[in-house]
Design a protein around this ligand. Structure first.
Ligand code: L34
Length: 292
């Protein structure tokens, strides 16, 4: 079993981004600038956005963090997005999800200038992705593709099972793994909460991508010997042995599944770190596309 190490791969990719950013600046380009909007104070969102801002510093990007109250109206939030759309200094905009229940994430995402949509969530970005045109790929699927590429895992002809059908992970992942590229070229089955006999699918999978959002849902009896397992889940569970009283686990029962696998991603220090790399690559791309 080999661990797909998010610390190692993200470190390597961050070095590449840093160098590319320096080259871009040396040729007269300006520093990439990411603007993040955080609504409310969900602790997980705080941590993820904090990490994104820190990565901007580390990579030599500018960043703006806009903190807004959880009771902001949808119209006021969209007005903030519009200000960033019209701000020439800003290259990339992200609105951290989830949003409070009274705000429609679709309406807010639709308001982002597609040229600044570094999350790749806007209908224009998603449409281009479906058609295989150059675009901003959603950060988590992008990060997973970068990880498979780093380890030179040839997925051609593999049976790939994606569990989850969200717009931000399951659906784009299914598309990317099936398209004519490597990684890619897989025969992909998209499973979800209404799938009957999930195990019949996962047991035949050469690669399983788990994006369910339930702690340790994928158990050893669901996994074929030698499979590759990519765990997208980040779930906090109670753990009285920890000082904080909790710890993170993925959607995969790592301890029991890992011994069966050829490759597996850990949680934490797996896909989460790659998500941030995907976002940073998109931000640099947005800056370059805007021109000097
Ligand atoms: N708009 N909303 C928008 N864009 C995104 O790309 C996200 N996502 C998801 C939630 N909402 C979003 C993220 O940023 C999940 N996510 C994310 C980002 C980073 C990490 C995990 C999820 C991450 O850094 N994980 C680390 C540390 C985890 C910890 O200690 O809390 C890891 O090692 O997995």
């Amino acid at each position: 079993m080999q661990l797909l190490d998010g610390v190692l791969v993200s470190g390597h990719i961050k070095e590449q981004i840093k160098n590319e950013t320096l080259e871009w600046q040396a040729s007269g380009g300006k520093k990439p600038h990411l603007a993040a909007i955080l609504v409310g104070n969900n602790p997980a969102s705080e941590a993820y956005v904090g990490s994104k801002v820190k990565h901007c510093e580390e990579l030599g990007f500018d960043s703006t963090l806009l903190r807004l109250s959880a009771d902001i109206s949808e119209a006021d939030l969209i007005a903030e997005v519009n200000k960033l759309n019209n701000d020439d200094k800003v290259d990339g905009i992200l609105v951290q999800l989830p949003l409070p229940a009274h705000i429609s994430p679709d309406s807010v995402i639709n308001a982002i200038d597609p040229g600044k949509d570094v999350d790749g969530f806007h209908p224009i970005s998603q449409g281009r992705m479906v058609l295989g045109q150059p675009t901003f790929l959603p950060a988590t699927p992008y990060g997973i593709m970068l990880m498979l590429e780093y380890y030179k895992i040839d997925t051609t002809g593999m049976n790939c099972v994606v569990i989850g059908r969200s717009n931000i992970v399951g659906t784009p992942m299914t598309l990317l793994m099936s398209r004519a590229s490597n990684p890619g070229n897989a025969t992909v089955t998209m499973c979800h909460s209404k799938t009957k006999n999930l195990k019949d699918f996962t047991r035949n999978a050469d690669i399983i991508i788990a994006a369910i959002g339930r702690p340790r849902y994928v158990t050893a009896d669901m996994v074929k010997e030698g499979a590759i397992v990519i765990d997208v889940g980040i779930n906090r569970i109670d753990d009285p042995t920890k000082k904080s009283g909790s710890r993170l686990v993925g959607d995969v029962d790592f301890d029991n599944v890992a011994p069966l696998c050829s490759y597996i991603t850990p949680v934490p220090k797996g896909v989460g770190l790659m998500t941030i790399c995907g976002l940073m690559k998109n931000t640099l791309l947005a800056a370059k596309l805007k021109g000097k």
